[in-house]
Design a protein around this ligand. Sequence first.
Ligand SMILES: [Zn+2]
Length: 346
Amino acid sequence: MNEMLLLLHPECLAHETGRHPENPGRLVAIWEALQNASLPAGVSWTEPAPATLEQVLRVHRPELVNLVRELAARGGGAIDADTVTSARSYDAALVAAGGAIAAVRHVLANPGQRAFALVRPPGHHATPEQPMGFCLFNNAAIAVRAALDEHGLKRVAIVDFDVHHGNGTQAVFAAEPRVLFLSLHQFPWYPGTGRLEEVGEGAARGQTVNLPLPAGCGDAAYQAAFERVVEPVVRRFQPELIVVSAGFDAHWADPLAEMAVSTTGFVAMARALAGLADELCQGRLALTLEGGYDRSALASSVVAVTTALAGGEPTDVLGPSPTGELANIEPVLERICRRHGLIREA
Ligand SMILES: [Zn+2]
């Protein structure tokens, strides 16, 4: 059994978006599902403190922070067609980033324990300059910067399995040699970036690893991508911490994408990442919530991943994709492996 800390805060509900797929009901569904589940004894939860301005400004330009704060102070408003704010969005965004920071701090202070920040707004599309794609501040990036600057870590791996490319996180760390960034995403799809040719810059060249996957990929394809690319690349990097941008919109029931992953597939990814953390970095695994827009699939997948990471046996209430899945992605994996110098399995 493993200890597993959940970071939850009611302020995350105060970011109101109206009729929008990224709404407070997502977190309400997760919290209700967690309360109704029989979770392993090692699962506990706490409220995180908000991120400080200093922590946010290590990732974002002051103009971005001022934009979000001023829009909220005026009662809210749209940043783009997808990304909106309400009166308390600035406070919610600070708490969401604070949740990711608290998850990282917890696993650094407690070897062998895991932590999952169940926060919103999500973060991985927010670039240093631009809130976008439902994201205001980049929670995962802010937490990783805190790990580098406050805890002195030298090698942090970020794995982003949200179905959309983590363009914001990629932009933050493209030239940062202390960070390895891997993103598995549907391609072509929003936001349009994440080609396998995008590999990082300067001293960090090769440390951005994009896995642009065709629509229809399910559990078997993601498992193959983990075995052939994610696991060897993370092993090669030897991280001191693994941070996960955990979006659940690759689920077959999700309305905003076209993948075919089941809850069982997310559990397999979480277990693989926990195995890497155990093998490489004293079990230090911190997750932060990104997307996931079918409430039932999102809530049951979060419960299943939480249960699995705490050493329990999760259930998959929705089952496998009813329309099947694309199993063979060998040509894509072959190209990614070649691009990143990975030796093929015999
Ligand atoms: Zn997404």
